[in-house]
Design a protein around this ligand. Structure first.
Ligand code: C5P
Length: 236
């Protein structure tokens, strides 16, 4: 299992920006206050895949949020390509077939995280999409399946972190987006929690994008969140 260092290592800043230069600028602004970045679809499709090696070369960790889901052969092939880049995590949608294919292809080179249910999805959204169960049941079912598939962890709302821990124990990393400091706007996220509450609920690492990259002073926003994480982690 990947090692978690200090409180700073628990904060993953989402570089939800459209091009590599904006991302580089944000990384420079955040400096030493941030050691872990998430690169998602927007940035990758905007030419940002090379940033993975660049950030890893600069001593940062990278979470590549590609949310893969396809036939097992294609998922395995894509995972092998990503495994060379030096990222710490790669996401796949938490379908058993997909998790197993990614896990096998990843070996020890990149940790696979299963996206249990998007944090923007309410029970009504899941029902509309044809699911017979609500977000909580779906997340727990997929967390158990993630354990069976032997992957590194899951991405879930902090609201489900405690239930996931109770269901599957300490074998999975729980990474939670949908984090909002007390004074921040939720945006399209529906299942949100403060950094302190997320850590208290058992989340290992927190993904935060807009409350940091959209702040007037991103570095201060990141530092405040790390401080909040540090206090909450000490109490756990
Ligand atoms: O701006 P905000 O902090 O809401 O960004 C959250 C990030 O986490 C986004 O990049 C989003 O794609 C990602 N994410 C999520 N819910 C998931 C998985 C990933 O919000 N279940």
């Amino acid at each position: 299992m990947d090692v978690i260092g200090d409180a700073r290592d628990r904060l993953i800043v989402g570089l939800d920006l459209s091009d590599p230069d904006s991302a580089r600028e944000m990384v420079a602004r955040l400096g030493d206050d941030v050691s872990f970045y998430k690169i998602g679809m927007e940035l990758v499709y905007g030419g940002g895949l090379d940033l993975v090696a660049e950030l890893v070369g600069a001593g940062k960790k990278v979470f590549l949020d590609l949310k893969l889901h396809d036939i097992p052969n294609t998922v395995a092939a894509a995972t092998r390509q990503v495994a060379r880049l030096g990222a710490t995590y790669l996401t796949v949608h938490a379908y058993p077939q997909t998790m197993r294919a990614a896990r096998e292809a990843a070996g020890a080179d990149v940790g696979i995280l299963g996206v249990t249910a998007l944090t923007s999805a309410s029970d009504a959204d899941l029902a509309e999409a044809g699911y017979a169960m609500g977000a909580r049941d779906l997340v727990l079912r997929r967390a158990r399946q993630a354990t069976e598939a032997g992957i590194a962890g899951v991405v879930a709302s902090a609201e489900e972190a405690a239930a996931i821990r109770a269901a599957v124990g300490d074998g999975l990393r729980i990474v939670t987006p949908g984090i909002r400091p007390a004074n921040a706007e939720a945006g399209d996220q529906k299942r949100v929690m403060t950094p302190a509450a997320a850590i208290a609920s058992g989340a290992d690492r927190l993904v935060v994008a807009r409350p940091i990259i959209g702040a007037a002073d991103p570095r201060k926003a990141a530092r405040d969140i790390v401080r909040e994480i540090e206090v909450a982690a000490r109490k756990r």
